[in-house]
Design a binder for this molecule. Structure first.
Ligand code: TXA
Ligand code: MG
Length: 494
């Protein structure tokens, strides 16, 4: 039996948009992270979100054929119907939905199967799938005027279903809306303004890297000292070449392997990069982000874009547009809302200035992956004073919450404290009196990285006396998560 049998639904005029729900979302492991230990499988967050949209969209479940769990289906059906959520139809095979026509319409044959005899093409199609992901489809024919390099389907990621639904509701004709926002944003950048935009790591606050006056605005918006240099973002490898005077072979290998992606490479700068960008240093940090919205914004602007994380200096980095607004509203000219960041912590910064490449900041790409590509690199805590002043992201205090954050050995010591928030990695049989944020129930360091700043910010908003957390196992991206936790624990900047 499938989740709710097909009802005789007509595509009504007032519900001209379809939301496909991958059936697996009802059984999503990561969803459990928002439930207290041992709670039921279906998340309240998902049900609340579906209630919010049930009257405006037709909901259609998508299931793969075979191995169906009837008991689980029955339980989901009953929760959905108790919550007044109607599923209009069920379609088989996610692949079919993914391979939509170029103009974003569903093939007529699929519509006919879904709604026999009532063929009215829907205006909008969304696909909600596991891992809190939303896919939107190109909904406009290319005008030929401004060629778009956006892929024809875009998949956005969110921290909660609440965030996803509010994005859906604020983005009617989402693809077109994003395209317009990108064109406008690129124009603002080209004219010397500031634009906040999503990358796969964190949101950035961007300006034309070749325009010292534009770059200056970044420092004042963030209250960032001029001694802290900025990363320059490019949309293709060739855009980087004129910005540097040397490209060692190992750097080139890393670029081929990890770009676009969360790896920043420090190289000797050319005269095209003004000294305000590099805090007077002769080297420049460059990366090519993989978020398609970031790439398109940079490409359309025609400029290399200097962009630090879009937060006040020393504070927790932003992984949603709302996070950016909370700290910086009013100090930028536009913001591109692309949902949540998928990596969730900043890029790895590696310098090619010395004899041996050196990791200055652990991040989205771990040391083992780098070494498997170019051999031994330097890293770790053995930084000299001189190096610290060269890359102030290494300062011990950074990423701080306003609420003190403490690294502890045993979280259970704080279980009875209502005024203490817990950042939990994995599960615990302990009942905590204070609020708990789950970084990753399954103990996946990548998921913990993705959730880290969102979880820190949520606990920080609850007027607690303290946030406690245990360090993650020191491998892979866990090392980068620990680096952020240790710095956040060192407290806010003076
Ligand atoms: O993931 C990221 O890298 C994000 C997104 C927006 O791309 N950006 C980011 O920028 O984290 P920001 O400014 O918050 O951190 C930049 C780091 C700092 O630690 C800075 O000291 C270091 O990069 N950095 C920048 N330019 C450098 C240079 N020329 N030499 C050494 N370190 C540099
Ligand atoms: Mg930062």
């Amino acid at each position: 039996m499938a989740i709710l049998n097909r009802t005789s639904t007509t595509v009504q005029d007032d519900k001209r948009s379809l939301i496909f729900l991958d059936k697996k979302i009802f059984f999503d492991e990561s969803e459990k992270t928002r439930l207290s230990a041992g709670a039921e499988v279906l998340s309240g967050d998902l049900i609340t979100a579906l209630k919010e949209i049930r009257n405006r969209f037709l909901l259609v479940t998508v299931e793969e054929s075979g191995n169906q769990d009837t008991t689980a289906d029955t339980r989901v059906n009953s929760i959905l119907s108790q919550s007044g959520i109607d599923i209009a139809s069920t379609v088989h095979g996610l692949q079919e939905i993914r391979e939509l026509h170029r103009d974003g319409t569903i093939p007529p044959a699929v519509i006919e199967r879904l709604f026999p005899g009532n063929f009215i093409p829907p205006e909008q199609i969304y696909l909600i799938h596991t891992g809190l992901k939303l896919t939107i489809f190109c909904d406009e024919a290319s005008t030929g005027e401004t060629e778009s390099c956006l892929p024809e389907t875009l998949t956005l990621s969110f921290h909660t279903y609440e965030d996803m639904v509010s994005w859906i509701l604020s983005h009617p004709r989402p693809y077109q809306k994003l395209r317009k926002a990108l064109l406008l944003g690129a124009d603002i950048l080209a004219k010397g303004g500031l634009v906040a935009f999503p990358t796969e790591t964190v949101y950035g606050l961007g300006a034309d890297a070749t325009d010292p006056n534009a770059v200056k605005k970044i420092f004042s918006a963030k209250k960032r000292p001029f001694y802290d240099p900025l990363i320059v973002h490019v949309s293709e490898r060739d855009q980087m070449l004129p910005l540097v005077t040397d490209l060692p072979e190992k750097a080139s290998l890393l670029i081929s392997r990890f770009w676009p992606g969360p790896l920043t490479i420090v190289l000797p700068k050319s005269s095209l990069i003004p000294s305000i960008v590099t805090a007077g240093f002769p080297s420049v940090a460059i990366r090519m982000p993989s978020n398609p919205l970031a790439l398109e914004l940079i490409r359309l602007s025609g400029k290399p874009i200097a962009a630090p994380s879009a937060n006040l200096f020393g504070c927790t980095s932003p992984t949603t547009a709302r996070h950016v607004q909370e700290q910086l509203e009013g100090s930028y000219d536009a913001i591109i809302d692309g949902g949540g960041c998928t990596v969730g912590i900043e890029s790895t910064v590696i310098s090619f200035v010395g004899e041996t490449p050196r990791i200055l900041r652990p991040g989205g790409i771990d040391q083992a992956a780098i070494e498997s590509c170019i051999g031994k690199v330097l890293s770790g805590e053995q930084h000299s004073e001189e190096e610290i002043s060269e890359s102030p992201g290494m300062l011990p205090s950074h990423y701080a919450t306003a609420t003190p954050l403490r690294i502890v050995e045993d979280l259970n010591d704080y279980a009875s404290r209502k005024d203490v928030g817990v950042l939990l990695y994995g599960t615990s049989s302990q009942v905590f009196s204070g609020p708990v944020e789950y970084l990753s129930i399954s103990g996946d360091p990548a998921e913990a990285a993705k959730r880290l700043y969102q979880a820190m910010r949520r606990l920080d908003s609850l007027s607690l006396s303290l946030i406690v957390v245990k360090l993650l196992p020191e491998n892979g991206i866990g090392l980068a998560v620990n680096n952020r936790l240790l710095k956040a624990a060192a407290g806010p900047q003076d």
